[in-house]
Design a protein around this ligand. Structure first.
Ligand code: PMP
Length: 304
């Protein structure tokens, strides 16, 4: 957020953005001990609506549970806070960032620091660039692997995990790519720095299972459900690196990245080098949720 909004929710109160500060000796700053979410609101014919807010908040509480982080607020309170920051700032297509972190209370690794909770929101368009959704991006396989199972839990969306994501993303940008894709410790495909991945062979969509050390993405889940309703077969299976070179289509998905086609991997064109028909269809179905062209099958849209 470079154009900061006026209001932020911090520890139970809405306050001016610049007042939500933290002490430099907070545990999270030293050890990455935070959990967070990334959520979007969209403009719909009925006004702004938050997409799958309750599913994101559930994941936040799951992340906190994995790290034994006390949550001083309930899901209902955080849900109300998300609505409030959108309303108070008059936002429409926005990105919401709930964050819970171990605060000031000692620097021992097992310190029971008080948890502070913040909910920020700001206007956000496309994440990987305005053209990316239309023309796709050039991706590379990272020289950095994802953390192995039973090291850092990939299923928790924790601050420290994003050291890995930063290595992957920064290497990719330095080499001139739009995004990096990491392999798992098995050497098989895992995910992008901040996105899950789908490969398309013919009319079938493939994505790796959660055992591939990925974040259990809510966009990934959304697309699997929308595809199946649309009669597109979705297969979860492990895949080797070279499938990226052989697929007819590859795309990334995530709350921030939405559905971004990948037009090349490691300099090799994917399919025709343009977004393919299945990728386009998934974009249509996904963005259709927000303008009403796609039926919302599970009440995913929560009007602000
Ligand atoms: N993987 C990682 C590492 C991510 O950071 C994200 C973004 N939260 C995703 C996948 C996609 O998850 P979601 O669709 O829930 O945003």
């Amino acid at each position: 957020a470079t154009n900061y909004p006026e209001w932020i929710w911090h520890n139970g109160e809405v306050m001016p953005w610049q007042n939500a500060t933290v002490h430099v000796m907070a545990h999270a700053l030293h050890y990455g001990s935070s959990v967070f979410e990334g959520i979007r609101s969209y403009v719909t014919p009925d006004g702004p609506a938050i997409f799958r807010l309750q599913d994101h908040l559930k994941r936040l509480f799951h992340s906190a549970k994995i790290y034994d982080m006390d949550m001083p607020f309930t899901q209902e309170q955080l849900s109300a806070a998300c609505h409030e920051v959108i309303q108070r700032n008059g936002l429409e297509k926005a990105y919401l960032r709930p964050l819970a972190f171990r605060s000031l209370g000692g620097l021992s690794l097992s310190a029971d620091c008080p948890t502070e909770v913040t909910v920020a929101a700001w206007e956000m368009g496309t994440y990987l660039g305005a053209e990316a959704l239309e023309n796709g991006i050039d991706a590379c396989v990272s020289s950095w692997q994802r953390f192995a199972p039973n090291t850092i839990p990939a299923g928790a969306k924790a601050g420290g995990n994003y050291l890995s994501g930063q290595l992957v993303a920064r290497e990719a940008r330095r080499l001139g790519f739009g995004e990096g894709i990491a392999l798992a410790s098995t050497g098989l495909l895992s995910e992008g720095a901040g996105e899950n991945i789908f490969l398309v062979f013919g009319k079938q969509m493939f994505t790796v299972p959660v055992s591939a050390a990925i974040l259990n993405g809510i966009t990934r889940d959304t697309l699997m459900k929308l595809a199946r309703i649309d009669g597109i077969e979705v297969i979860e299976r492990d895949m080797p690196r070279e499938y990226l070179y052989l697929a007819d289509e590859v795309f990334m998905c995530g709350t921030a990245a939405e559905i971004t086609p990948i037009r090349s991997v490691d300099g090799k064109p994917v399919g025709t080098g343009k977004a393919g028909p299945v990728t386009r269809r998934m974009q249509e179905l996904f963005f259709g949720l927000f303008d009403g062209r796609t039926a919302d099958p599970e009440g995913w849209l929560e009007p602000v």
